[in-house]
Design a protein around this ligand. Structure first.
Ligand code: NAD
Length: 544
């Protein structure tokens, strides 16, 4: 289902998502042949209601699709449970094969995904490609390493030799994923792929604005050979998210801290596990020994990739006084030169904000800072000349600590500058936040930077790296501290959330009558004496 203008344009021969060269501010169109099969994948029944999304590049309608009801979500969960029972018995190498094929499909059909991602989010092609590259890598990682993460392990029992102890991992069953709009392909799949590999089924509720990309991910998994029912998309807003939590065995939520608290409370009522990937107010420290010319391009990327709508984006620059003058001058010059455009090619450096709500929030944060005496060094203006939700990359100086932009996540292209005299002060400023998602340190002295890093209260820290290498190192856990989350993704962390551990202990002495229960049968003080002697011997032998 598409709006009439888009249908007319599509009928005139447009393929995929294209920007009409005659009307750079005009309608982006999606071919009905692309859209209809995707929309048909939504788990929905007659009369559940409709949602219309818009294209951020133009503000014009993009697609109208049916949403799911609570009953639709329940029916999807039943289907998922049936499919999961068979899937959990499929050998892990076959399950890994699906992920291997998905990784290839995502790379081979990247132009379809890139168009959809750009049209739904308003981001640049470069930022859209980050999603394609990330999913190809995550798919390969779990296809290759997953078996090791899931392997049963032996541990020492209470009585060496007499107790054989194995710890197994079992899938929880049906995993629910709730995702935001900012990285719609990554966040549709990065929790789902390890969950599927571990033998679970997945029900995904994407943000309504980016439902098509999630449906494209479902189609790609289908084409990769995933059996029916194991990855389903339910569509809609918060009420559908709540209905989903009520049906699943684990919830993997990515979104704002405010919603994360509600999700955690609902999951708590049901006593199901919850992984929460939430907001941040990330700081980047520029030490006094940086080579400014080398540092500036990376730091600009750290602040303005995806127009700042990135959970691990830098929103607070903490700059050593000794280098501040040179750094700020060169940084501001580079920011002013960033190229904003809605192009569906690789020419743009900064794209659009994704919605009017995002634009309002960014504007409010900047206005509040200015009203409190902050100075604008770059940007600070709505760029309606480029598109309805474009906002100029913005650098704010002299921002008072009470300003909203210093404390709350802006999630837009706005960065503040704070000057410090030493590493000690830098650490204090970086940690002065309720959030603890990500941080970065820029220094020529990497040993010094690592000393700073381990004092920062965040789940990850990049050294001479904004976020690309730390996020992309998918063997390592990525997760927030403090109000930025619970649990984590990547590496073994994603597997822990979607599996239950089971301990199986075999008493090997049973046929010789040498079990602990037989010992207690000796009666009186004897069992206590024997156990005391054994514990004393274990202590001497340093056995744990
Ligand atoms: P949001 O919390 O408003 O919405 C996220 C998702 O939750 C959407 O699908 C929404 O429909 C759903 N939802 C809303 N209320 C719900 C409820 N009561 N019950 C169940 N589901 C509900 O988040 P947003 O503002 O759209 O997304 C941006 C936020 O996501 C930012 O704070 C950003 O930092 C965060 N984020 C974090 C990570 C990470 O890995 N830590 C990654 C990406 C984005």
């Amino acid at each position: 289902m598409i709006d009439d203008a888009a249908a007319d344009a599509a009928a005139s021969g447009a393929v995929g998502g294209v920007l009409d060269p005659e009307h750079p501010q005009g309608t982006f169109v999606l071919e009905p042949g692309v859209m209809a099969p995707l929309v048909a994948r939504i788990a929905t029944s007659e009369g559940s209601g409709m949602h219309r999304s818009m294209c951020p590049f133009t503000g014009a309608p993009l697609v109208t699709f049916p949403v799911s009801s609570a009953e639709d979500v329940a029916a999807s969960a039943v289907r998922a449970r049936v499919a999961q029972r068979t899937w959990a018995r499929v050998p892990i190498r076959e399950r890994a094969g699906v992920l291997q094929r998905l990784g290839r499909i995502v790379l081979e059909r990247q132009s379809e995904a890139l168009d959809l991602i750009q049209l739904e989010t308003g981001k640049t092609r470069r930022a859209a490609f980050e999603e394609v590259g990330d999913i190809a890598q995550v798919a390969r990682h779990y296809a290759v390493r997953g078996e090791r993460y899931l392997a049963s392990r032996r541990v020492r029992g209470i009585v060496p030799l007499l107790a054989g102890v194995q710890v197994h991992r079992r899938p929880v069953g049906v995993v629910g994923a709730i995702s935001p709009w900012n990285y719609p392909l990554v966040l549709a799949l990065s929790e789902a792929l390890p969950a599927l590999l571990a033998g679970n089924a997945v029900l995904l509720k994407p943000d309504p604005q980016t439902t098509l990309t999630a449906l494209w991910a479902a189609e790609a998994l289908d084409d990769a050979g995933l059996p029916a029912g194991l990855f389903q998309v339910v569509a809609g807003g918060p009420d559908v998210g709540e209905a989903l939590i009520d049906q699943v065995d684990h919830i993997a939520f990515t979104g704002s801290t405010a919603t994360g608290r509600k999700v955690a409370a609902r999951a708590g009522e049901r006593l199901i596990g919850a992984t929460l990937e939430l907001g941040g107010k990330n700081a980047l420290y520029v030490t006094d020994d940086v080579d400014v010319d080398t540092a500036v391009p990376g730091i600009v990327r750290a602040c303005f990739s995806n127009a700042g709508q990135l959970c691990v984006s830098t929103e607070r620059l903490v700059v050593h006084e000794a280098v501040a003058e040179e750094f700020v001058a060169k940084f501001v010059r580079a920011v002013r030169n960033l190229h904003l455009s809605p192009a569906l090619d690789y020419s743009a450096e900064v794209g659009s904000l994704t919605s009017a709500a995002q634009l309002d929030k960014v504007t409010a944060h900047v206005d509040d800072a200015l009203a409190r005496g902050a100075r604008v060094l770059a940007g600070g203006v709505h760029r309606a000349d480029v598109g309805p939700y474009f906002y100029a990359p913005t650098v704010l100086d002299d921002v008072p600590a009470q300003a909203v932009v210093m404390r709350e996540e802006t999630f837009g292209p706005v960065v503040t500058i704070t000057r410090v005299d030493c590493d000690e002060e830098a650490v204090a400023v970086m940690n002065d936040s309720e959030y603890g998602l990500h941080a970065a340190v820029w220094s020529r002295d990497t040993a010094r930077a690592r000393r700073v890093a381990v004092r920062v209260e965040t789940g990850s820290v990049g050294i001479n790296d904004g976020y690309t290498m730390s996020w992309g190192s998918v063997s390592a856990p990525q997760g927030g501290w403090k109000a930025s989350g619970l649990g984590g993704r990547h590496g073994s962390a994603s597997i822990s959330g979607v599996t239950r551990q089971q301990t199986v202990v075999t008493s090997r002495g049973a046929r010789f009558g040498a079990t602990l229960d037989n010992l207690y049968g000796l009666g009186g003080e004897t069992p206590s004496r024997v156990i005391t002697t054994a514990l004393e011997a274990m202590r001497r032998l340093r056995m744990s």
